[in-house]
Design a protein around this ligand. Structure first.
Ligand SMILES: [Zn+2]
Ligand SMILES: [Zn+2]
Length: 336
């Protein structure tokens, strides 16, 4: 098993452990080790042979034992046991996805809102990974604490993007927004602004515990909006700390499919949203997906190879995930 495969196994263990509040620290340790593997891609076979798996950042004796088994057998009894305990038994219809085919990420942040890196640093990070495109999708104005962008700042950002693009080869930058879905399902920026952007990710961030009928209306309205390309982290959950929104998932997913709006699998280990179970439901409803890191710094691009197990487990083939499509086949609302 290579580092990416092992990163996915550790990431799944972290995810399963997060379901138990007592295991939150252990969960974080597994997620952090998965992140180190996805970032550094060490040669696990060589490290195993020399008995130095614990030289990997964040890997202590316990995690090294899991890694040893993954290298030797390609599987982990600990993971299998957790799956059983959490009633998420292995299934025969997992899909085969290879990170080597991943073309680009359409959801990322920069210092223009709450990111911790400049646009140039993010673009260079994507370039280093061989991505063909990167969506820069900072926040919309409503949430003041993240310094969201209004129309005037988007214009200024477009100027910076032209400059950054001229300095970075190989990666096409897409200007987008992660626009807030307001309580009534309208969006936090006017249509005239959304229309000119390359990527529109509409996300629920606040008031996630609305009563179900109102939450339903809110999400149905968002997926029907003509300029929305992707619904970001569709429940807003934070496994282990915050329950996400509940609504009539089937009705909303079917409506999203009807409008050609993709649902996100946000691979940030703090989110992992959609869950594999909901992603499977969405696939059965005919939806397409975006599989993104929601990166706030270049190192967080590694969340995608870590989190790919979710789409695999949901049985989603790469044809249904827009990040596996080359740029000229990305169908966004502007081209629908
Ligand atoms: Zn978000
Ligand atoms: Zn985001």
């Amino acid at each position: 098993m290579d580092a990416i495969g092992a990163a996915q196994a550790l990431s799944e263990i972290g995810y399963l452990l997060r379901q138990d509040p007592k295991e939150i620290y252990r969960a974080r340790a597994f997620s952090a080790a998965a992140w180190a593997l996805a970032l550094e891609r060490p040669d696990l076979t060589a490290l195993h042979r020399s008995g130095s798996l614990t030289s990997i950042e964040g890997v202590g004796e316990g995690i090294a034992k899991v890694l040893k088994e993954l290298v030797e057998n390609g599987s982990s009894r600990y993971l299998e046991r957790l799956r059983e305990q959490m009633k998420q038994e292995a299934r025969g219809d997992e899909s085969a996805l290879d990170f080597a085919d991943y073309q680009g990420d359409v959801h990322s942040h920069t210092e223009w809102s709450d990111g911790r890196a400049t646009m140039l640093e993010m673009a260079e990070g994507a370039q280093a990974l061989g991505y063909r495109y990167l969506g820069i999708t900072d926040h919309s104005p409503r949430i003041k604490v993240v310094n969201g962008l209004d129309a005037a700042r988007l214009v200024a950002q477009a100027r910076e993007m032209a400059d950054v693009q001229s300095r970075v080869d190989g990666v096409t930058l897409l200007q987008g927004i992660e626009v807030d879905i307001l309580e009534d399902g309208s969006l936090d920026l006017p249509d005239a602004v959304l229309e000119i952007l390359d990527v529109v990710i509409a996300s629920p961030h606040v008031k996630l515990r609305q009563e179900p009928a109102a939450m339903n209306e809110r999400m149905l309205r968002a997926v029907s909006h003509p300029h929305v390309d992707v619904i970001g982290h569709p429940t807003g959950r934070r496994p282990g700390s915050r329950e996400g929104a509940t609504y009539d998932f089937e009705a909303v997913f079917k409506e999203a499919a009807r409008h050609g709006v993709a649902l996100e699998i946000d691979c940030d280990p703090a989110r992992m949203d959609l869950s594999p179970e909901l992603a499977r439901l969405a696939m059965d409803c005919g939806c397409n997906f975006a599989m993104d890191a929601d990166a706030h710094a270049p190192a967080e691009f590694a969340y995608v190879p870590m989190g790919m197990w979710m789409a695999r487990r949901a049985g989603i083939p790469k044809e249904r995930i827009l990040n596996f499509k080359p740029l000229d086949q990305l169908t966004m609302a502007s081209q629908r």
